[in-house]
Design a binder for this molecule. Structure first.
Ligand SMILES: [Zn+2]
Length: 682
């Protein structure tokens, strides 16, 4: 139950690594600085090298840095919450979220019962798959498994209509792959070939765990790879998927049926219980056309192998140890270099926090009550206002943009909705029935409950106050279709935010995050959505051309970064995030200058021998300190729109004259990009 159901398109600041709560003793420990490194040559090394050397990655993680540390701290808080909930579940109010979370957690911790059950919980599902004989049987199975929230092959969910953002519609989206991107199936270099071999070995192993004989398991594993390779060939790359026109393709149900003659969208949508009136987004028609063809020309046995493997893999995190360990061996150890499986309590919390079958928002309700004081929210609101105002002034003062486009940009600025901490209204969990002692049944119930919730939103008005991230997530996001910027409670703490800290540290941390999310509204992707969240052009041709010329320099800058031998950052894939960082850090810096003007005492004094401007950039680099296993680095560079942290620490500052001034860097220094190399966008 590891589904990747479509989420509304969101542009986050980090890599959604987890969750948070911390208390640092001081705002910035100057002994962290490596005085042997020249900040003008290697700012990341200057700020982070000592810390990186002294803080190896824990065995049960594949990266370790500021985000990861907060995520672990948050997990520790959540651990306490769920342990208490489990202890008190029997006496808790019947049907309360405390009771449901308590049962979810304690059933997941009951290793004896889970191991005793083996793979019994999925035997009925495997029997259904064994019985599929014809394309009609397969289609009926897909309709049914999707309706339970267990569908494979593609993603089906809801999001705002890109062209009428006030209403939510259904989206069918490419999916169905086990490996991170299409390239993993198609590249012929030795590493890629080796990984595919590891993958088919893993598939065979999973099948054998359910009693498939070894030879048959090998055959089915190669069928799975062949099947997914066809899907991969018809899939778009992560770079192409960033284009709004590749995310949205509105069709009537009748026209969708023409794309997939063997698959009735009318039947499918009815089975999902979604209220579709005029049509829906068949987002990547070429992908679905291929799926339609596969219903006609892929033998039933190959379909069965694919569906069987996915049924096992998806369920494996909640089955017996044999399955959980095998899942970890490939997806943890091989793919992302994690050394040890996480302790059970973290794995169960991972399920509870899952988007598709969790109760993350319910846990968030308990988390916020424990962790997030109203004073923190009040100070964060001031920071948000100041950074947003600075961004507005920057737009007004741009020397390259016409008054006409500026007016539209300001119109968009006016409709931004910042949300801080947690939702005003919590989700209703009544109707979700859990039991004290059956983990699999609980996860299945939560999966179905969540899917039905998503489907119930199709055809309803877009709610700008809904959150797409839980409060315990150490991250933030911008949603272009409702023009909201969102800052979960867990990121509003050190080192991002000190409720009583000096302005320089706060603006270099959370201030830059606020600027980053706001700037997403104007990055290469977000700027294709208007003030109302509709995907329409509001630019003059000349201004768009100037924008593209400027962003191309940023693409080139990041193309030049290489985290590992032979591995290069993809400047096009990471462009939106890099625009966000550059615009955001500039806006946060300007906001700091306004704050310092209002507080001349702080402006004049040095703290720990550092000026406020220096401290601003020090904290920016500090939040991007991160050790990462090379395996994970490869996956992220190939698939994730965020550049590796070490380059985020230096990428934006190296384009800022304010950075060079703060550290007295000169033209020619590595951290000083000047002339045609210096990127100025927002
Ligand atoms: Zn971002």
């Amino acid at each position: 139950m590891n589904k990747r159901v479509l989420k509304p398109i969101v542009l986050a600041v980090g890599m959604a690594l987890g969750i948070g709560a911390a208390g640092a003793a001081s705002n910035f420990d100057m002994s962290d600085l490596n005085k042997n490194v020249n900040p003008c040559q290697d700012f990341n090394g200057y700020v982070n090298a000592k810390w990186l050397a002294a803080n190896p990655i824990p065995a049960d993680r594949s990266s370790w840095g500021a985000f990861d540390k907060l995520a672990e701290d948050s997990l520790a808080t959540q651990h306490q919450i769920v342990e208490d909930a489990a202890k008190n579940a029997a006496s808790a109010k019947s049907g309360s979220i405390e009771q449901k979370i308590g049962w979810y957690y304690s059933s997941g911790m009951d290793a004896a019962a889970i191991n005793k059950a083996g793979y019994d919980p999925i035997k009925p599902e495997l029997a259904k798959i064994d019985a599929l004989k014809s394309p009609g049987d397969i289609v009926a199975y897909l309709n049914d498994s999707f309706a339970r929230g267990e569908g494979d092959l593609f993603n089906f969910g809801r999001a705002a209509d890109y062209k009428h953002s006030e209403t939510q519609i259904a989206y069918a989206f490419q999916g169905g792959l086990s490996l991170p991107t299409r390239d993993y199936y198609l590249k012929t270099d030795a590493d890629s070939v080796k990984l595919r071999k590891a993958f088919t070995d893993h598939v065979a192993k999973m099948l054998e765990l359910t009693g498939v004989p070894a030879a048959a398991a090998q055959k089915q594993a190669s069928d799975v790879l062949a099947f997914e390779t066809r899907l991969a060939k018809a899939s778009l790359s992560p770079v192409d998927l960033r284009k709004p026109e590749n995310q949205y393709h509105f069709v009537s149900v009748a026209d969708a049926d023409k794309v997939t003659p063997r698959f009735s969208w009318d039947d499918f949508i009815k089975a999902q219980g979604a209220h579709v009136t005029n049509g829906f987004s068949l987002s990547q028609p070429a992908f679905f056309a291929e799926v339609g063809k596969m219903l006609g020309d892929v033998p039933a046995a190959q379909w069965q192998a694919y569906l069987r493997y996915h049924a096992i893999e998806d369920a494996s995190p909640v089955l017996s140890d044999a399955f959980q360990n095998a899942h970890f061996d490939f997806y943890g150890k091989t793919l992302i270099g994690q050394k040890e499986i996480k302790p059970r309590w973290k794995r169960v919390l991972g399920e509870i926090n899952s988007d598709e079958h969790g109760m993350g928002m319910a846990l968030g309700e308990l988390y916020v009550a424990k962790e997030f004081p109203p004073e923190a929210k009040a100070r964060a609101e001031v920071l948000v206002d100041n950074v947003r105002n600075a961004l507005k002034a920057r737009i007004e003062n741009l020397d390259w943009m016409s008054a006409e486009t500026k007016q539209k940009a300001i119109e968009k600025w006016n409709t931004f909705l910042p949300k801080i901490g947690y939702p005003d209204k919590w989700r209703d969990w009544s109707g979700l029935e859990l039991t004290p002692d059956n983990y699999y049944a609980n996860v299945a119930a939560a999966t179905k409950f969540d899917y039905q919730y998503e489907m119930s939103k199709v055809g309803t008005p877009t709610d700008r106050h809904e959150w797409g991230m839980t409060p315990q997530t150490v991250n933030a996001y911008y949603n272009p279709t409702d023009n909201t910027i969102n800052f979960p409670a867990a990121i509003l703490q050190p080192p991002f935010f000190y409720a009583n800290g000096d302005d320089a540290i706060n603006y270099g941390g959370i201030g830059a995050v606020i600027g980053h999310e706001s700037s997403h509204g104007y990055d290469d992707e977000g700027s294709q959505f208007d003030a109302q969240g509709n995907n329409v052009n509001w630019w003059t041709k000349a201004d768009r051309d100037k924008f593209d010329a400027r962003t191309q320099v940023l693409v080139n800058q990041f193309n030049g970064y290489s985290p590992l031998p032979g591995l290069h950052v993809n400047g096009q894939l990471t462009l939106g995030e890099n625009i966000g960082d550059l615009g955001g850090l500039n806006a946060a810096y300007d906001a700091l200058q306004v704050a310092l003007k209002n507080n001349p005492k702080e402006a004049a004094e040095k703290i720990d021998g550092m000026t406020e401007d220096q401290r601003f950039f020090l904290n920016w680099a500090r939040v991007w300190r991160e050790n990462m296993r090379p395996e994970l680095m490869k996956v992220l560079v190939n698939s994730n729109p965020h550049a590796p942290a070490e380059f985020r620490a230096i990428g934006a500052p190296s384009n800022m004259t304010a950075f060079a001034s703060a550290f007295q860097c000169k033209a020619g220094d590595k951290m000083v990009r000047s002339g045609a190399q210096q990127v100025k966008i927002w």
